[in-house]
Design a protein around this ligand. Structure first.
Ligand SMILES: *[C@@H]1O[C@H](CO)[C@@H](O)[C@H](O)[C@H]1NC(C)=O
Ligand SMILES: *[C@@H]1O[C@H](CO)[C@@H](O)[C@H](O)[C@H]1NC(C)=O
Ligand SMILES: *[C@@H]1O[C@H](CO)[C@@H](O)[C@H](O)[C@H]1NC(C)=O
Length: 446
């Protein structure tokens, strides 16, 4: 995967993701310190007042796991990011990034004092040149090695000596983050298949919101285009997937292979293939072992429909952001209807709806949760899910206080959205999107 486009990445500055390359040296990992030099050469840009290096102070929801006297194999993601770093940069004012070298989402300029709001539009609202530009940008992100970030790979999560941090392209870092979050959580040497970090709990909408912001910002930096906004796919009431054609996301054959002449026809999925639960993405740096993208929209008779206009309206009628037990069985929960474990019409009946329904409708790569983020359809789908989240926030004046206390690992209001770095509290993503520098067009449907 080492690509010849490193020269294109030289102008990129650090932003927000995992793992910062400079913090994966043996020394940084041993000291658990991630306070790299900012632009002025001082740690966290402290000489120019951008931030300081500090001991990590956050509540630790699972202290028993750290105090255990018998050796146990616990999950490296619990109490994120304490297993890796206990000293990190705290950035002031509008500065952000792992070395405070970048701006908070929504801010630009050398001093991060320029506010900017980009507009995410429905993909069919874009002109042909605009659409082709989006596809070119995505392709460049898929083929350009990330200068700032590396990803973790291992065949054995129990054995930290086998962990390797390797190069990945910008799009693949994005795809990897989602994959990593979906691995079952390991506590006291056993696996818990019911919970993962990005799904089946109140963190779901904000977690995906942060991933999209990361990708959008990386693409802005890569192309020096601060106006770039991700597109969305409003699938309401579609009889067939009308963007599954070569003009848009690509046609497929009966086996599900994307048309090789379509825009994404040659893309391959990192972390693809069957993996043991102990592994983290063993197929990450050998392109020949990665599967090509697959899609089979509407061919599974059990899941041959996309959600309707009414489904979205019913979802937005659920007033409570989330409800106990804060998992896939929560009833009358906006989050659980949006995620798609209950019927929006009654907020009760367990079924495959909304977000989940679109994944299984698309099938192929999109139908496999851990690797679904490899298909750019994931980006368009999740931007629309995020638009519905935003409509709910607007309708009910949702804010960080709407985020519930709960005991699910990684899903607490003041836990870091896992595995993003630096830390964003889960509850802080439940706020108006304009606070984060973007909004959505008012598309009425085709
Ligand atoms: C951070 O981790 C290092 C390395 O394990 C350890 O020596 C140090 O005591 C820790 N610091 C705090 C504040 O926990
Ligand atoms: C962030 O930038 C905005 C827009 O320029 C400015 O008004 C605001 O004061 C800045 N915030 C801080 C905390 O510096
Ligand atoms: C949707 O696909 C089915 C099966 O290929 C086809 O019969 C039908 O005409 C399509 N509907 C639209 C609106 O294109």
């Amino acid at each position: 995967m080492l690509l010849l486009c490193t020269f294109l990445t030289l102008c990129l500055s650090a932003v927000h993701s995992q793992f910062p390359r400079v913090c994966t040296t043996d020394e940084a990992l041993r000291d658990k310190s991630c306070c790299p030099a900012g632009k002025d050469g001082s740690p966290c840009g402290s000489n120019s007042g951008r931030g300081i290096c500090r001991n990590w102070v956050t509540h630790v929801p699972f202290p028993n796991l750290f105090e255990a006297s018998v050796p146990q194999y616990d999950d490296d993601r619990l109490n994120w990011p304490l297993d890796y770093f206990n000293k990190t940069c705290e950035c002031f004012r509008n500065y952000s990034g792992f070395n405070c070298g970048d701006c908070r989402y929504g801010f630009h300029g050398e001093e991060c004092d320029l506010k900017k709001t980009v507009v995410r539009r429905e993909i069919r609202e874009l002109s042909l040149p605009e659409r082709e530009q989006v596809f070119r940008y995505l392709t460049l992100a898929k083929t350009t090695k990330s200068k700032d970030f590396v990803v973790l790979t291992t065949e054995d999560r129990h054995d930290r000596n086998t962990y390797r941090f390797v190069d990945a392209t910008i799009y693949n870092v994005f795809a990897w983050i989602h994959y990593y979050s979906t691995k079952p959580i390991m506590t006291h040497s056993s696996f818990d298949y019911r919970h993962t970090y990005a799904h089946q709990g109140p963190a779901f909408p904000g977690w995906h919101r942060l991933g999209l912001l990361f990708l959008e910002r990386q693409i802005q930096l890569l192309n020096s285009d601060e106006d770039f906004a991700l597109p969305y796919y409003d699938w309401r009431g579609e009889e067939n997937c009308s963007i599954c054609s070569n003009d848009f996301m690509g046609d497929n054959d009966v086996e599900g292979n994307l048309d090789p002449s379509s825009y994404f026809g040659s893309w391959r999925s990192i972390c693809s293939g069957f993996h043991r639960v102990e592994a983290y993405c063993p197929v990450v740096d050998d392109e020949s072992q990665m599967e090509k993208l697959q899609r089979q929209p509407g061919t599974d008779p059990q899941y041959d429909r996309l959600p309707s206009f009414q489904d979205v309206e019913d979802t937005l009628n659920l007033r409570d952001f989330d409800r106990s037990p804060y998992n896939s069985r929560a009833t009358q929960s906006f989050r659980n209807a949006l995620e798609g474990f209950i019927m929006p019409s009654d907020g009760m009946t367990l079924d495959t709806t909304m977000h989940n329904q679109v994944h299984v409708y698309m099938g192929g790569t999109m139908g496999q949760v851990p690797i679904s983020s490899n298909d750019p359809m994931f980006v368009l789908h999740h931007c629309y899910i995020d638009k519905i989240f935003e409509l709910w926030i607007t309708k009910y004046d949702g804010n960080p206080n709407s985020y519930p206390e709960n005991d699910e690992p990684g899903q607490g209001p003041e836990e870091c959205c896992t595995p993003y770095f630096p830390c964003y509290w889960n509850k802080d993503l439940l706020r108006k999107s304009t606070d984060l520098g973007y909004k959505y067009s008012t598309y009425q449907g085709s």
